[in-house]
Design a protein around this ligand. Structure first.
Ligand code: KG4
Ligand code: ZN
Length: 354
């Protein structure tokens, strides 16, 4: 690298603590990853089958400083080399967000560095563009699909996103987590259910796919778009109870067709996600789709989305798996873009759960 490139390289430290991952990363110029530290709390929450907010906040408090130090060490830099600090300010668990935000403010204040507030959802979407920046054109339709969110956005630019559809109830990742619990598989459910699904038949059981009803009075010939996964989860539960809701749920080792259930459930989720996303893109006349969030790791979703998008003349972009689940690279990356655009926060910045 020439001295000139070195000079024009600006480093942002990203901090992410909105849910159950304490993460810190150093990224140069919004896309060159110098370090990516993620301390997962999954094992701590596994015994409860989901994230416990009080537990999450307490662990963030212990992990935040070591995570930041490791991100700087791995990148081979010190605080003096940074141009800005970016931090997730919303949405998320308030007690968890405040830990990352307080750390970021303290560093910004003591080192006299600009502080940049990043929206966690926008950062997930940015991750899908980060590795393929030159190829992605706006407008795009973004599907953000994780343990806490399942929604579609119309994306006008790196900084402009408008929600066009969401889930009526559970997020898709939450459905994976609950079905894993029913089947006696490890938390988080996405990886364990999709692993078991590899040895099952996706067509074995026809679980329901939600499709929003046209409202009374019609919707002007346009099919409504949306998601719902709680009916699907209940169907899985009834299936394991032998179709009789009054029966108790059998212990996992007594469920004979576990792999078929996992594969058929996954197929139903993937079918809904792909159908609704491509419908949104088609209706808006948009030919670029961005898929982000933890569930975007899912191989079957990647496969079906790419295939069906291609048939419709649409290009689909996914981040690398490491940047699908919660991470601070996406925070530092989008943070750099915001910093470059002069979108800097002040030290009164507050965290918000929404
Ligand atoms: O984005 P993320 O790390 O955290 C939230 O913001 O929620 O997403 C975590 C979610 C979990 O529900 C997990 O089960 C799901 O992403 N997940 C997957 C896969 N890997 C993670 N779901 C389906 N297939 C996967 N391979
Ligand atoms: Zn997330």
């Amino acid at each position: 690298m020439s001295a000139r490139d070195e000079e024009s390289r600006s480093l942002v430290l990203g901090i992410e603590s909105s849910c159950d991952e304490t993460a810190a990363a150093v990224v140069a110029n919004g896309r060159e990853v110098l370090s990516n530290v993620v301390f997962s709390q999954a094992d701590e929450h596994a015994k409860f089958g989901g994230v416990v907010p009080e537990v999450a906040g307490r662990i963030h408090l212990d992990s935040i400083e070591p995570a930041i130090q490791q991100a700087l060490d791995d990148a081979g830099v010190t605080l003096a080399d940074l141009s800005a600090i970016a931090v997730t300010a919303k949405p998320g668990l308030i007690g968890s967000l405040l830990v990352g935000l307080s750390a970021a403010k303290a560093i910004a204040w003591t080192r006299d560095l600009p502080l940049v507030a990043v929206d966690h959802i926008e950062a997930h979407v940015y991750a899908a563009t980060m590795e393929a920046q030159a190829d992605v054109r706006f407008p795009a339709i973004a599907l953000v699909v994780s343990g806490g969110h399942t929604a579609l956005y119309s994306v006008g630019s790196t900084f402009e996103m408008e929600r066009v559809a969401t889930t009526l109830d559970d997020a898709a990742g939450e459905a994976f987590d609950k079905v894993a619990w029913i089947l006696g598989l490890a938390y988080p459910g996405g990886p364990s259910v999709s692993k078991l699904a590899e040895s099952g038949q996706a067509a074995a059981i026809r679980f329901p796919r939600y499709s929003p009803k046209t409202p009374p009075g019609g919707s002007g010939g346009v099919r409504p778009i949306g998601f719902s996964f709680s009916g699907l989860k209940t169907s899985v539960l009834y299936h394991v109870r032998g179709g009789d809701a009054l029966q108790p749920t059998p212990p996992p080792e007594e469920i004979e067709d576990r792999a078929d259930i996992a594969a058929s459930f996954q197929e139903a989720v993937v079918d809904s996600l792909v159908t609704q996303t491509l419908r949104a893109a088609g209706q808006a006349g948009i030919d670029q789709v961005l898929v982000a969030g933890g569930v975007a790791c899912n191989q079957r979703l990647r496969e079906v989305m790419h295939k069906e998008a291609k048939e419709k003349g649409i290009r689909a972009f996914f981040p690398s798996p490491a940047y699908c689940t919660d991470n601070a690279v996406m925070i530092a990356g989008l943070g750099w873009q915001r910093f470059q655009a002069g979108r800097v926060a002040d030290l009164h910045l507050d965290a918000s759960p929404r």
